[in-house]
Design a protein around this ligand. Structure first.
Ligand code: NAI
Ligand code: MG
Length: 355
């Protein structure tokens, strides 16, 4: 079988870590006997500064033809904030209806976590973040712009359709894991949105997933529990803004941004899903060879699983996990090799796990 992949390496360390993910992909293709048809797309901050273009409708239509998209990271210091977020990342998520943002939070053996005493058996969850609505829908406006009594509003959009589909997806994932789903919200204060979320959560759970155990946690308490007792969580479902925040906390708990992978998924398969490390282009370390490629490699693993290449996904994840046990630190000049060295090692481990 052959899969069409769009590769958006992007800026800064995006390119550096993507190179390593593609080496792992080469090795997986050789070992498991599938192939990919890869098309490179030059998008991101550098491209925007050179041409003024972020993502044209023609390019978007081309991207819609592939089976999956791999993204490194986009962003250069001289691009104004918001340009690439709204013009590229959110544009793809919304246009392709990638309504599930999936972020595993798993502490892998040998990884130093900032949480003293935390062991891998106590930290293995996936966070399902709603990815098309909420505060990120862009609803709101400015009144009396520029005047001393100026007013800014930012509204959270929650449709029954949108809430139902993401909660149903999360239940499905919980059923396939340990059978426990936690909803995170702020129902005590966000009374309208929280009420809709809670009713849908209870309805779908009772009617369609009676075997999945349900729990509810406020978003602020979630920040506490994620640090103090991550063993409470199997699958977590939450809205766009809370999900953005708690997944960064999750990334810290599991050992840092250099290890955190994510997928922007259209579970219906109508449009391609997009897989990317949680981190950005890290201009502070770009070009130094200090970037940890594991987040990008684990994102490739998620991509392979989505494409139905489960054995290849297992091999890629296993290789990344093995590499982590060999590293001295998780980022910086003392990891035990450059980004490129680590990528070579991962590819070797994908080809032969006993190497
Ligand atoms: P960042 O994630 O790029 O960097 C935050 C810190 O983590 C930096 O100190 C960086 O050196 C370190 N870091 C990140 N990834 C690492 C890795 N793989 N290995 C070792 N260390 C790593 O976030 P920041 O600095 O806020 O943003 C930099 C640029 O990236 C901005 O232009 C921002 O807009 C963009 N960005 C892009 C994202 C995307 O493409 N999805 C996501 C987040 C930020
Ligand atoms: Mg974020």
């Amino acid at each position: 079988t052959s899969h069409a992949l769009a590769i958006i390496a992007g800026d800064g360390i995006g390119q550096e870590v993507m190179d390593q993910a593609l080496k792992a992909l080469d090795a997986a293709e050789r070992r498991f006997g599938f192939s990919t048809d890869r098309r490179d797309y030059d998008l991101g901050g550098r491209r925007y500064l050179a041409t003024g273009e972020v993502l044209s409708d023609e390019t978007l239509a081309e991207l819609d033809e592939v089976d999956a998209i791999l993204l490194g990271a986009v962003g250069t210091p001289d691009v104004p904030p918001g340009v690439l977020e709204r013009g590229l990342l959110l544009k793809v998520r919304f246009a392709f209806d990638q309504y599930v943002n999936l972020r595993p939070v798993k502490l892998l053996p040998g990884v130093p976590t900032p949480i003293a005493g935390l062991t891998p058996d106590r930290c293995d969850m996936v966070i399902v973040r709603e990815n098309t609505e909420g505060m990120y829908a862009g609803a709101g406006g400015l009144l009396f712009e520029g005047m001393s009594h100026e007013v800014a509003t930012q509204e959270s959009i929650n449709t029954r359709h949108g809430v139902e589909r993401v909660i149903r997806d999360a239940f499905t994932r919980a059923q396939a894991r340990r059978g426990h789903l936690t909803m995170v919200h702020k129902t005590n204060v966000l009374n309208y949105a929280g009420d809709l979320w809670m009713r849908v959560f209870t309805e779908i759970g009772e009617r369609e997933f009676p075997a999945v155990e349900r729990a509810y946690v406020h978003a602020d308490a979630m920040c506490l529990y994620l640090v103090n007792s991550p063993e409470r969580f199997d699958v977590v479902v939450t809205d766009n803004l809370f999900g953005d925040i708690i997944t960064d906390l999750g990334a810290a708990v599991q050992g840092g941004l250099g290890l955190a992978a994510s997928g922007n998924i259209d579970p219906t398969g109508t449009h391609p899903s997009m897989f990317e490390p949680v981190h950005g282009s890290a201009p502070d370390i770009a070009g130094m060879g200090w970037a940890n490629p594991v987040a990008a490699v684990l994102s490739l693993g998620m991509c392979l699983r989505q494409l139905g290449e489960g054995d290849a996904a297992d091999a890629v994840e296993h290789a990344a996990a093995t590499l982590l046990t060999e590293l001295k630190t998780m980022a910086g000049p003392d990891m035990g090799g450059s980004t490129d060295d680590l990528g070579d090692r991962i590819a070797t481990l994908v080809a032969d796990p006993d190497s």
